[in-house]
Design a binder for this molecule. Structure first.
Ligand SMILES: [Zn+2]
Length: 177
C-alpha cells in the first residue's frame, strides 16, 4: 500500500515536472491569462479570480468584496498577451523567489476589497518535482537488482537457500516491495 502511494506520488511528480518545464519554456514565447468573476447582485458581493502564466512564473490571485468586480465578467475569460520584444531573456526566465501578497483595499470607504495573490516561479516547481521521480528510479533499480540476484525484495537478504520466505525479515518472497 505504501509502495502504491509512493508510485502515485512519483508519477504525479513526473507530470508536475514535465508540465512545469513545458509551461516554463512556453513563457519564453507567450504569456496567458484567465479571469473569472462571479457577482452576487442580491448580496452586493463579488469574487474574482485571475490565473496567469507569464515570464517564467505562475500567478494566482483572488479579489473579493462588496461592490462590483472591476472587470465585471461573469465567466471565464482567457487571453494570451503578446510578449514585449524588448524584454530581456533573463527577465522572462522568472529566476525569482515565490511571493505572497495580501491586502485589504478600501475602495469607497466603508467598502472594502480583500486581495491576495501567490506567485510561484516554474524553476521552483521543477525543483520540487524532480527528486521524487529520481528516488523512484533508484527504488526500481534496487528491486530489479534484488530480483535478478535472488535477494529479498524487502531487506536484501540472500534467498538462494530459502526461496519461499525470507529468514531475515520473515516476508514471503513473491510480494512486491
Ligand atoms: Zn527479507
Amino acid at each position: 500500500m505504501r509502495a502504491r502511494a509512493f508510485n502515485i506520488l512519483a508519477v504525479s511528480s513526473v507530470l508536475l515536472a514535465v508540465a512545469s518545464a513545458g509551461l516554463w519554456a512556453w513563457t519564453l514565447f507567450a504569456s496567458a491569462r484567465a479571469d473569472y468573476a462571479s457577482h452576487d447582485a442580491r448580496r452586493g458581493v463579488f469574487v474574482g479570480w485571475v490565473i496567469s502564466s507569464s515570464a517564467g512564473e505562475i500567478f494566482l490571485a483572488r479579489t473579493s468584496g462588496t461592490g462590483t468586480f472591476p472587470h465585471d465578467r461573469a465567466k471565464w475569460h482567457r487571453y494570451t498577451v503578446p510578449l514585449d520584444p524588448e524584454q530581456p531573456l533573463r527577465l522572462r526566465l522568472g529566476l525569482r523567489l515565490p511571493r505572497f501578497d495580501y491586502r485589504d483595499v478600501p475602495i469607497h470607504p466603508p467598502l472594502l476589497q480583500t486581495y491576495w495573490s501567490l506567485t510561484v516561479p516554474y524553476w521552483l516547481l521543477v525543483l520540487i518535482a524532480v527528486p521524487l521521480p529520481a528516488a523512484w528510479r533508484v527504488r526500481r533499480a534496487r528491486v530489479r537488482r534484488r530480483l535478478s540476484s535472488g535477494q529479498c525484495l524487502h531487506c536484501g537478504y540472500d534467498l538462494r537457500a530459502t526461496p519461499e520466505r525470507c529468514p531475515e525479515c520473515g516476508r514471503g518472497t513473491m510480494s512486491g516491495p
